[in-house]
Design a protein around this ligand. Structure first.
Ligand SMILES: Cc1cc2nc3c(=O)[nH]c(=O)nc-3n(C[C@H](O)[C@H](O)[C@H](O)COP(=O)(O)OP(=O)(O)OC[C@H]3O[C@@H](n4cnc5c(N)ncnc54)[C@H](O)[C@@H]3O)c2cc1C
Length: 386
């Protein structure tokens, strides 16, 4: 006999769990299905940077063609979502930590964006004013100012911008905490590989087929990250979400001691609360190839070396690979899919899904409560691709 719920969510990454938690808190019976343990995919391995201002070094880049060279800030639509998402994270951190009992390892170190060209510096000067007016203190620094922060930083001649406000959490702890919050709100998280969705049932019910049996629900949410389109295409829906392979190195701390400023340039270089120096990240269209590459390792070490030679020489303790659910404009894709309206897509977090997930979960709950087919924020609607 099929298990029944109001909502079945496919995918227990941060997008699926946030949707599930929001819906269960609002009285719905929710089952989340995943083929792998919590945190197996990008939601567990991401850098965990919550930055509403600067472009990520692993951004898929497809929106960059519209921006001038050296543009260091997020494009407008991405920044709007990022600010909403960032503020919600800040508001909810204490609740997530106390409900789950998990310390998210919030780490408030400042970000130092290094400028490698005149165009970078001009873009920094332009952005500094608007970021400060948004409440993010930003100082433009000379090369000499940078070495005063830490003499080990290799200051480029064009200087940099020191930004306060972007911060870090531990992604593996965060996705585990979301799972704990969802479970406390009554969500059932079950282990199953979804093989298909039948959205043509009587009275609007959909059936989710898995290797563990069938599940029936009035609404199915597809939050299967970069695998979402495999499930959606069978319903005649083609969502342009693809895997963007991202590799990260975790290094031993430099022999000269730890450092307390996140360096951002050709990559992110950050001494995280786990004691390791994270070098993040590459971005490649390589399908679902899970193998760590020597090329990525070299590129990340060279980038680290360029910003802080002491760090770039440290031992590599871990080399991870995971997949961003990337879209052509680097924004999520949320909305009702297919003819019956009983399937909702919630994916496309790209390189910012850890930051965006709480806000996206809230929007999905809002869509269901108001019975609308699109989320309140038009820039992330599925409709822009159909
Ligand atoms: C290298 C890298 C660094 C990143 N750094 C940051 C960062 O600093 N800040 C930030 O905000 N974001 C960051 N991100 C982005 C973030 O990790 C992702 O956007 C986010 O984790 C995506 O979450 P998700 O739930 O959509 O997908 P996923 O985490 O991929 O979860 C999808 C789930 O669906 C399951 N699934 C798929 N198919 C099926 C099926 N058929 N049956 C059952 N289960 C299925 C999978 O097992 C998986 O658990 C980074 C990403 C990468 C790759």
């Amino acid at each position: 006999m099929a298990a029944k719920a109001d909502v079945v969510v496919i995918g227990a990454g941060v997008f699926g769990l946030s949707c599930a938690w929001n819906l269960a808190r609002n009285g719905r019976k929710v089952i989340v299905l995943d083929r792998a343990p919590i945190g197996t995919e990008a939601s567990g391995w991401a850098l965990g940077r919550l930055d509403p201002l600067l472009k990520g070094s692993g951004s898929t880049g497809s929106t960059e063609q519209d921006l001038p060279p050296g543009h260091i800030a997020k494009p407008v639509a991405q920044q709007e979502l990022a600010l909403l998402s960032y503020r919600l994270h800040r508001e909810m951190t204490a609740e997530i930590e106390s409900t789950s009992g998990i310390d998210l390892q919030v780490d408030e170190q400042p970000t130092l964006q290094l400028f490698y060209s005149d165009a970078d510096r001009k873009s920094g000067l332009q952005s500094a004013e608007s970021w400060t007016s948004l409440g993010f203190k930003t100082e433009i620094l000379s090369a000499a100012d940078i070495t005063k922060i830490d003499a080990r930083f290799a200051a480029p001649e064009y200087g940099g911008a020191l930004v306060q406000g972007p911060y870090f959490i531990d992604s593996m702890r965060f996705v585990s905490a979301l799972a704990a919050c969802a479970k406390q709100a009554g969500v059932r998280v079950e282990s199953a590989t979804v093989t298909g969705i039948d959205a043509t049932g009587a009275a609007g019910a959909s059936t989710v087929h898995t290797d563990q049996g069938h599940y029936e629900a009035a609404t199915v949410i597809v939050a299967a990250g970069p695998w979402s389109n495999h499930l959606l295409q069978a319903l005649g829906v083609d969502v342009p979400v693809h895997p963007s392979k991202g590799e990260i190195l975790r290094l031993a701390p430099p022999r000269s001691g730890s450092f307390a400023t996140h360096l951002h340039g050709p990559c992110s270089l950050v001494n995280k609360k786990d004691g390791m120096v994270w070098v993040a990240a590459t971005a490649a269209d390589a399908g679902f190839d899970r193998s760590p590459s020597n090329e990525a390792r070299e590129r990340l070490l060279n980038s680290a070396n360029l910003m802080m030679p002491d760090a770039g020489e440290s031992e590599v303790l871990k080399h991870t690979v995971c997949f961003r659910p990337a879209t052509p404009d680097d924004l999520p894709v949320v909305g009702r899919a297919g003819d019956t309206g009983s399937v909702i897509v919630a994916t496309g977090g790209g390189g910012s899904g850890i930051m965006q997930c709480l806000y996206v979960g809230k929007l999905v709950e809002g869509m269901m409560s108001s019975d609308s087919s699109e989320p309140e924020l038009a820039s992330i609607s599925l409709g822009r691709f159909t």
